[in-house]
Structures are given as C-alpha cells and as structure tokens.
Design a protein around this ligand. Sequence first.
Ligand code: PLP
Length: 423
Amino acid sequence: MWRAVAVRALCGARSGAGAPRAASGAAAAQLRRRLESELEDIRGAGTWKSERVIASRQGPHLRLADGGAGIINFCANNYLGLSSHPEVIRAAVEALEKFGAGLSSVRFICGTQSIHKDLEEKIARFHQREDAILYASCFDANAGIFEALLTPEDAVLSDELNHASIIDGIRLCKANKYRYKHMDMQDLEAKLKEAQKHRLRLVATDGAFSMDGDIAPLREICQLAQKYDALVFIDECHATGFLGPNGRGTDELLGVMDKVTIINSTLGKALGGAAGGYTTGPKPLIDLLRQRSRPYLFSNSLPPAVVGCASKALDLLMESNAIAQSMAAKTQRFRSKMTAAGFTISGKDHPICPVMLGDARLASVMAEDMLNRGIYVIGFSYPVVPKGKARIRVQISAVHSDEDIDRCVEAFTQVGRKHGALP
Ligand code: PLP
C-alpha cells in the first residue's frame, strides 16, 4: 500500500515537475487581469524595459545569448574593468573555498566572519573615515540610514534628482523633508534658512548623478553646510574608485574630504561589480546603524565570494592610482572626439557620457542601430529622464582600448548622420 502511494506521489511529482502552477480562484483571476492590464499600459506608454541576455563575463567585449559576438560594451558601471579582473576572480574563489557559500544568518546572530570585519576596516581606511558598515546593496544602505539617524526633530535637505534609493530612504524617516532644485545653491540656501528651526540638518546629494554625468558642487554645498550648521551626506556609487587623484571619490576630487560627514557607496559598480554597499563615517554613527538600521539587522550577511571581490578591488586601488588615471584619459578621448564630431555630451570629465538627442524615438532607433554595428549602448527617455531630453548614455571603462573608443565614435557619427542627428 505505502509503495503504491509513494509511486503515485513520485509519478505525480514527475509529471508536474517544471510546469508552472497557476493559483485558482476569483481573486487570483482578478489579480491576473489587473496585472496584465498594467503591463499593457507600460508597453503602450513605450516605457517597457527589456533585458538583453549576456552569455559571457562582464567586460568591454561581450557575447550575447542571441548570437551577437564581439560586441563592444559601453553601458555597464564597470568603470575600472575590475568585474572580470583575474585577481578579483581569484580572490572570490579563495574566499568561497575558505569561508563557504554564505552565512545563512544576519550579521548579529551568526553572520560575521573575519573577512567582513577586514573589509569594513579597509573601506574606512580607503575613504579616510573612522568606521564602515556593510549592506547587501547601496540601495539598502540608503534605505537604512535616514530612519536610523533622523527623528521628527531633524531635517533632511535632498537634491531633487537624487537616486531613487535616497528618495525611498528619506520617505521611510520621520524627519522634516526639504527638496532643493538640482544643484541649485540659492535654493539650497533658502531651504537651509527655513530648516534652522530644526535640531539637526542633513544635506543629502549624489556625488555624481548617473543620468547626466554631472558632479555635485560639493565645495559650495560644504560651505553652505558650515554656514548653516548642517551635516553633508553623499552617495558615491558613481564616484568611488575613480573620481579624484586617488579614486577616493567626489570629496577627494573637490578637496572636501574633511567636510563630508557620511558616505554611502556600492561594491556593485567600480569596486569589482559583484554586489554590496556600505556606509562609512563617524564611529558612533556606524555603531548606531549596527543597532538600528533595518536592512542591516534583518537581512543576510554578504556572501564571502562577494566580500573577496571587493576586498581585492580595494587592494588594487590602494596599491596604485594607475587604473583610475587610465579611465580618466579614456573618458577625455571619448568626450573630445564626440564633441568634435558635432554631438552634445552632458556633464564634465565623468565616464558617464550622455549623448544628448532630445527625441525619444531617435534615441531608441539610434541605440538599436549602434548595436547592429557592434556597439552596445542604451537610450534613455521619459520618465527616466525629463521629456524632450532623451539621450544615449555611454559609459567608459578603463579596459576600453583607444580603438574601442574610436570605433564607438565612428559608429555614432555614421548612425547620427543616417538618422539626422548630425548634418
Ligand atoms: N545610488 C546610486 C546613485 C546608484 O546609481 C545606485 C545603483 O544604480 C544605487 C545607489 C544602488 O546601488 P546598489 O546597486 O549597490 O544597490
């Protein structure tokens, strides 16, 4: 009898294996209809985001799963080319073998290994700060800091174009909220005056803004913060590892390392590109985050292989600034050649080089045609960027060769002429 049941169970399991099970019932059917209609709206609005499947490692040259090979990649945040650096990969494998696949635990229960402490110490040293705390992502670091730090007695002043994760983090906190116009110091000053009535003021800004490649006027922000007794927080996801003479970030580039109080950044872009984020700053703040920051307290520890990647990336950067410098030279080459060809490139000296086109359809058709010529770039249009400001965002990496960059400029010139973006 029991054998028959077991055989039936096994056969049943086998016949159903892999087949998706749709939940039944009126509520499930209603949900499905609602979701399908919402998805249709997204398609209808022309804002559907599709994902190209890569069949190789991340790097300057890619193979796509649908057959495209030898594609030159200009749309990853792999600014220093460390995502596939042999020493970074070796460090990950070693950490995996020595420390296992993962911790199956949050940090404060059973999830802190020596490598987590070592990496936090290294991050603090890299940024010349007192301490650092790791998160599963910078999105989590941003989601976890404002609520832990600010109360209804305090105020946060945020650039209107800050990253979504800063906006979400601020939404979660009970502080008084002020939004100042993008990089507008007059408006920030007005808001700082208004916020004098609160106990503590925190100015929050991206160090470098990822849609425009523009860099926050940190010197002026820090001067205003000093004048109105405020703290400065920067998100350095698009700066850590490559901005400034030693790649320390926007604060190093603009000479205000001693004036910025808190830095959040990612391990998922220039620093090896695996995943992870962090906050670095005064020790009591980091101690408080370990006690109060919800994404830290209630989420699994970073996997050892990920820690290994980031740790090696930081070693490479602290040994030499050659990689960061080489990226700056490549960026300069692309920006000047594109400008000479007649394109408008937004931002200044940043490896995010938005080729401004204006029209959404033009950006999308040109990006498609660039891929036909072996150049992988992405078009951005409303609602990701303002209406009428569509663009193709090009991201330069230290591992692009001069020839890669020249091929990209050449393809842009041909495609731009074909579609009327150039005379
Ligand atoms: N902040 C900025 C400015 C970003 O661009 C990103 C990622 O796109 C994040 C935060 C989130 O970083 P992570 O990928 O580590 O969650």
